[in-house]
Design a protein around this ligand. Structure first.
Ligand code: PXP
Length: 244
């Protein structure tokens, strides 16, 4: 069965937007696991725009399944990962001006990605590389000695649903997935996945795990909206019966 890791960054985005203590990504993570998630993914960004250092530390204490820390290949993040010891770290490219992770890692030997990946492995932390679905990048990742690659599904998700471009992007993902299997790499996928476009990705050959955030959090908002209004309505009605 393909494992589901829920990315709760967007819960933290809402909290940071208003500087409140809620909504709490740690509480969201508990609910995700109760709902059947196999693990929780968070991206501690350099600019701390959503997830904070404390969230990662508390999640390490509370997540019962797998904790996957997405991070840039920097010394600061390496230090935090060594302290917190998530089950694994996914190295991602990071640009300050981007709204979300826009492309896969540049996987070249002798660079920061290799150095940080090796240091994480030495600390006993599993390493995944977030890469574009290209056979040559999968092969380059295997040469760095990492255990897992996560294929960036963004181009497939951006293509008009069920059109020729989506089919082409799916084929690209399939080729990269097969190359990962041939190279003995564990395979994950994620980015831009939602309830409509997920099916073909979930059945990629050899796929073991999915990381899903935005589409799921957006759906959770809609599923919870009616009940949230009903609760508020009841409070207002009770208060207005009592009077000032
Ligand atoms: N995988 C990686 C490596 C990511 O950086 C992200 C976004 O933080 C995701 C998966 C999840 O993407 P989305 O929020 O679009 O589901």
């Amino acid at each position: 069965m393909v494992r589901l890791y829920v990315n709760v960054d967007h819960v933290a985005t809402l909290r940071q937007q208003r500087g409140t203590r809620y909504p709490d990504p740690v509480t969201a993570a508990v609910l995700c696991e109760l709902g059947g998630a196999d693990g929780i993914t968070v991206h501690l960004r350099e600019d701390r725009r959503h997830i904070q250092d404390r969230d990662v530390r508390v999640l390490r204490e509370t997540v019962r399944g797998v904790l996957n820390l997405e991070m840039a290949a920097t010394d600061e993040m390496l230090r935090i990962a060594r302290e917190v010891k998530p089950d694994f770290c996914t190295l991602v490219p990071e640009k300050r001006e981007e709204r979300t992770t826009e492309g896969g890692l540049a996987v070249t030997p002798g660079g920061a990605v290799e150095r940080v990946a090796r240091a994480l492995a030495e600390a006993g932390i599993g390493v995944s590389l977030f890469i574009d679905p290209e056979v040559r990048v999968v092969e380059a990742s295997a040469r760095l000695g990492v255990g897992t690659v996560e294929l960036h599904t963004g181009d497939y998700c951006l293509a008009p649903a069920r059109g020729p471009e989506a089919a082409r992007q799916l084929q690209r993902l399939e080729l990269a997935a097969r190359a990962a299997g041939d190279a003995g790499l564990r395979l994950g996928a994620g980015h831009g996945l939602d309830y409509d476009n997920l099916g073909p990705v979930a059945s990629l050959p050899g796929l073991e795990e999915l990381n899903i955030g935005h589409g799921l959090v957006a759906r959770a908002v809609m599923l919870g909206m009616r009940g949230a209004v009903e609760e508020l309505r009841a409070i207002i009605d009770r208060a207005s019966k009592v009077g000032p």
